[in-house]
Design a protein around this ligand. Structure first.
Ligand SMILES: Nc1nc2c([nH]c(=O)n2[C@@H]2O[C@H](COP(=O)(O)OP(=O)(O)OP(=O)(O)O)[C@@H](O)[C@H]2O)c(=O)[nH]1
Ligand SMILES: [Mg+2]
Length: 130
């Protein structure tokens, strides 16, 4: 089975809101809301992938982040290991640079069912810690 290593950014502003983008209609986990991020390439660390993916997908230059959690999840045809980081420093203003819908949501108002199943434990933890 294919196994992807993925770097994921939980972008949180000073108001305690988190930036979400919506996955494209034809992608894996189509139309689910997600934390921006993507596949870690060979010869790249999770941290380097985080910075690169957030630049590509949201236009920001990440300046401060901390590791948050590591989640391993088996979908029916795909295994993912998600490297979650909380991002609290950046330059620019995040937007859906690839045309994805976007929104800011208060941390305590995150809804697990809007995300891919691999995110459920993380969303529950974020809400509990809000
Ligand atoms: N970015 C992101 N991917 C997630 C999350 N949760 C989750 O299961 N994934 C899964 O992680 C896998 C890789 O993420 P991705 O599709 O963003 O990868 P990418 O940006 O490199 O995609 P690309 O191949 O279009 O360049 C997908 O199968 C996706 O469904 C999440 O919160 N954020
Ligand atoms: Mg992506």
């Amino acid at each position: 089975m294919k196994h992807l290593q993925v770097a994921v950014g939980i972008i949180r502003n000073v108001h305690g809101e988190i930036f979400l983008t919506r996955r494209p209609p034809t992608s894996h986990m189509a139309n689910r809301w997600e934390f921006p991020g993507g596949k870690i390439e060979v010869n790249e660390t999770a941290q380097q992938a985080l910075v690169r993916e957030l630049q590509e997908e949201t236009g920001i230059v990440v300046t401060h982040f901390t590791p948050y959690d590591l989640v391993d999840h088996h979908y029916s045809d795909l295994r993912v290991t998600l490297h979650f980081f909380v991002v609290e420093g950046w330059q620019g203003e995040p937007y859906g640079r690839e045309g994805q819908p976007q929104r800011w949501v208060t941390q305590r108002e995150l809804v697990a069912d809007e995300f891919p199943p691999a995110n459920h434990s993380i969303v529950a933890r974020l809400v509990a810690e809000a």
